[in-house]
Design a protein around this ligand. Structure first.
Ligand code: DX5
Ligand code: ZN
Length: 221
């Protein structure tokens, strides 16, 4: 089943609570993009904003840490109310970060950039809960989906299935009804979408359309 994680990066930060309310009924998770101005050339939000969102909603908070040094902040994110954190495989120190997330009671995510081979993630599959495959170069919302990521998602799907461990396959970047169908066909299950949802006049309807597109493609596959 297709699940939807609206990315608040494309919401109105001055009216964040209202924007979350507009999509909550159709959201499985809420995706929080944390950017440190170093791992990616942009700055966004940190634990204080996660804490504010936590007070506002019971939705599962999926924090995508686009950071060079997430280890220093994992505890703060957990205390703020994060449910999962995803760290990037490119920064290294993966084993220690996984251990620390697990120890804090966070669901453990590993994120992988478009240019990084999926093979770099395979050995971690037994220890993680979530594999986040980037389908754009991280840093900004509203970019175009990188089509070459479709076979990469299919490889990730195969690797997860043969690892026999329950890992959610999440995709992030440029997801709209067209690309949702293609990544669902390749085996993605959790769809992050920012602009496709919050640029829509009815964000809940947009999320519903994404889910329907994913489900239809999955049935056809
Ligand atoms: C990009 C972020 C994404 C972003 C997706 O670096 O990781 O989560 O919000 O936005 P859209 O759906 O607009 O590509
Ligand atoms: Zn993200």
């Amino acid at each position: 089943m297709t699940r939807i994680a609206p990315s608040i990066l494309s919401a109105d930060f001055a009216a964040l609570g209202e924007d979350i309310n507009r999509v909550a009924a159709e959201a499985d998770w809420l995706h929080v993009d944390v950017m440190d101005g170093h791992f990616v050339p942009n700055l966004t939000v940190g634990p204080p904003v996660v804490r504010a969102i936590r007070r506002h909603t019971d939705l599962y908070l999926d924090c995508h840490l686009m950071m060079t040094n997430p280890g220093e902040y994992l505890e703060a994110f957990r205390r703020a109310g994060a449910d999962s954190c995803s760290v990037h495989v490119e920064i290294g120190g993966t084993s220690d970060l996984i251990y620390r997330m697990r120890d804090l009671g966070l669901a453990v995510g590993l994120a992988v950039n478009p240019e990084t081979p999926i093979d770099d993630c395979i050995r971690w599959l037994e220890r993680i809960d979530l594999l986040l495959v980037m389908t754009v170069h991280p840093g900004f919302g509203g970019q175009s989906f990188i089509e070459e990521m479709v076979p990469k998602i299919a490889r990730a799907r195969k690797a997860i299935d043969s690892a026999g461990h329950n890992v959610t396959l999440e995709v992030d970047g440029g997801i709209d009804t067209g690309t949702a169908a293609r990544v669902a066909g390749a085996g993605a299950e959790m769809f992050v979408a920012g602009s496709a949802i919050f640029a829509h006049e009815d964000p809940a309807a947009a999320a519903r359309e994404l889910r329907a597109a994913g489900d239809a493609a999955r049935e056809a596959a």
